[in-house]
Design a protein around this ligand. Structure first.
Ligand SMILES: [Zn+2]
Length: 415
C-alpha cells in the first residue's frame, strides 16, 4: 500500500515537477540545439572498389576532443561506429579512409553516414544523416529515362541506349502482367561493356558471379551487353532475365523472396528470356540422354558455383518452369511463388500450389521431355495401386474359376 500511495503521489506531482524544472526536461530532449559546436563541412568521396574518404571540419568554443563516424550500409540494420583520431583543439579537420578492397560497400547500394562531435566542455553534436549511392564510378555513365526505367551505359550511342530502354519497358510490362503484380516505381539498368568488366566490378565489391545480377531490394540490375552486332539478342536475353528477379521480389516481398527455391526463381527468369540461349536446350538434351539430369530437389538451394553444373541447373529450371506454365498457366506460377513466399518449403510449395508432389511433378516433366505419353506417367504414379489391384485380381481368379466350374456343373446337373 505505501508503494502504491507513493506512485499516486508522484503521478499527481509530475506536472508540478515539470513546471519547476523545465530546463532539465528540455535539455534532455534536445541537448544539441544549444551546443557551441559547429560543423563547417562534412563530405565523402570514393573510388569504386578502392577507397572511400570521409572528411569533416568542425569548430567549438572548447577543445574538440572526439569524433565518431557512423555508417549504415544498404540492406543492413547494423550501424558501424568508428572513432576517428583527432588532435584536440577548438578547430579541427579530420578524415577517415575506408579501404573498400577489405571492407567493401554493397555495389550500387545506398550508404548512410553521419558524424558525432564532442568537446572538452561535455557538449556534443550529431550531424544529420547523409546518403550516397555506391555506384561504379570508374565509368562515365550516360543515362536515358522513360517511365520508371533509367538505362545507364558508358557507351553513349542513342540506338544502343534506346534499344535497351525499349526492351526493358516492353518486358517489364509483359512479366508484371504474367505475374499479376504492379510495376516498380524505379528500375535502374546498368549496361556493362563486357562480362569481364561486370565480373571485375562485382569482384571489386566483394562478390563473385558469373553473369548479370539483380539487386531487387535496390531496384537495380547489372547486365553485360557488348556494343557489337549482337547487342539486341544479348539485351533480349539478359534484361528480361534480371527484370524477372525484380518483379518476383516485388510479388514475394523482401522476406518471402528469400524462400523462393532457386529452380523457380532462376527457372522463371530463364523462361522469361525473350531470346533464349540455344545452348541451354542442347545442354539439357545431352544431359537427359546421358542420364545426368540433376534431381529437382537438388535445385532448391542456390545453384552450384561450378559453371558447367550451374548452366545445366539453369537449363533444367527454365525447362521445368516452361512445362509448369504450359500445364498450369501463369496462375500456377503465381500460386507457386505465393506459396513459397508464405514460407512453404520446397516440397510443400508444389503440393500446395499444384496439388502434386515434387516427385510427381518431376516425373511428368521428364516424361514430357522424352516425349513419353501421359498415361505412362499416370501408371508410374499409380504403380502401388495398380500392383495391389493386379494381386487381388490374381488371388480372386482361382475362386472365380471354381465358382464358374460349379455353376457349369450345376447347369449340367440341372439339365
Ligand atoms: Zn538469375
Amino acid at each position: 500500500m505505501p508503494l502504491r500511495a507513493l506512485l499516486a503521489l508522484a503521478i499527481l506531482l509530475l506536472p508540478v515537477l515539470l513546471l519547476c524544472f523545465p530546463s532539465a526536461v528540455i535539455a534532455g530532449r534536445t541537448p544539441f540545439q544549444e551546443t557551441p559546436i559547429t560543423v563547417g563541412e562534412a563530405s565523402v568521396t570514393y573510388n569504386f572498389g578502392q577507397q572511400a574518404v570521409f572528411s569533416i571540419r568542425a569548430t567549438a568554443s572548447a577543445d574538440i576532443t572526439a569524433l565518431y563516424l557512423y555508417l549504415q550500409l544498404a540492406g543492413s540494420e547494423r550501424v558501424e561506429v568508428t572513432p576517428v583520431p583527432v588532435d584536440p583543439g577548438p578547430s579541427v579537420q579530420a578524415t577517415f579512409t575506408r579501404d573498400l578492397r577489405l571492407f567493401p560497400f554493397p555495389p550500387f547500394g545506398i550508404v548512410r553516414w553521419w558524424w558525432e562531435v564532442r568537446d572538452a566542455a561535455g557538449h556534443q553534436l550529431t550531424t544529420p544523416a547523409s546518403t550516397f549511392r555506391y555506384e561504379d564510378n570508374r565509368w562515365d555513365w550516360s543515362s536515358r529515362t522513360a517511365g520508371p526505367i533509367t538505362v545507364y551505359s558508358p557507351v553513349d550511342d542513342p540506338l544502343y541506349m534506346q534499344a535497351a530502354l525499349d526492351i526493358a519497358a516492353a518486358n517489364l510490362e509483359r512479366i508484371a502482367r504474367s505475374l499479376n503484380t504492379s510495376l516498380p516505381e524505379k528500375v535502374e539498368v546498368y549496361l556493362y561493356p563486357s562480362l569481364a568488366d561486370l565480373q571485375a566490378a562485382l569482384r571489386m565489391a566483394g562478390r563473385d558471379w558469373m553473369g548479370g545480377q539483380a539487386r531487387p531490394e535496390l531496384g537495380v540490375i547489372l547486365v553485360a551487353v557488348p556494343h557489337d552486332d549482337a547487342y539486341m539478342a544479348q539485351m533480349e536475353r539478359e534484361i528480361p532475365h534480371e527484370l524477372t528477379h525484380l518483379l518476383v521480389y516485388r510479388l514475394a516481398g523482401p522476406q518471402g523472396y528469400l524462400y523462393i527455391p532457386a529452380w523457380l526463381n532462376e527457372g522463371l527468369a530463364t523462361a522469361n528470356e525473350a531470346r533464349p540461349d540455344p545452348n541451354l536446350d542442347s545442354l539439357l538434351e545431352r544431359a537427359r540422354n546421358e542420364g545426368r539430369l540433376i534431381p529437382i530437389r537438388n535445385l532448391c538451394p542456390p545453384f552450384s558455383t561450378d559453371p558447367a553444373e550451374a548452366l545445366l541447373a539453369y537449363a533444367e529450371s527454365g525447362s521445368l518452369v516452361r512445362y509448369i506454365r504450359q500445364q498450369y498457366g501463369d496462375s500456377g506460377i503465381r500460386s507457386l511463388l505465393l506459396a513459397y513466399a508464405d514460407g512453404a518449403d520446397c516440397e510443400a510449395g508444389v503440393q500446395r500450389a499444384l496439388h502434386v508432389t515434387l516427385d510427381q511433378l518431376e516425373r511428368a516433366w521428364r516424361a514430357d521431355l522424352s516425349g513419353v505419353g501421359k498415361w505412362i506417367v499416370w501408371m508410374a504414379d499409380n504403380a502401388p495401386g495398380l500392383a495391389l489391384w493386379g494381386l487381388s485380381f490374381l488371388l480372386a481368379l482361382p475362386i472365380a474359376l471354381v465358382g464358374l466350374r460349379n455353376t457349369k456343373h450345376g447347369v449340367r446337373n440341372n439339365r
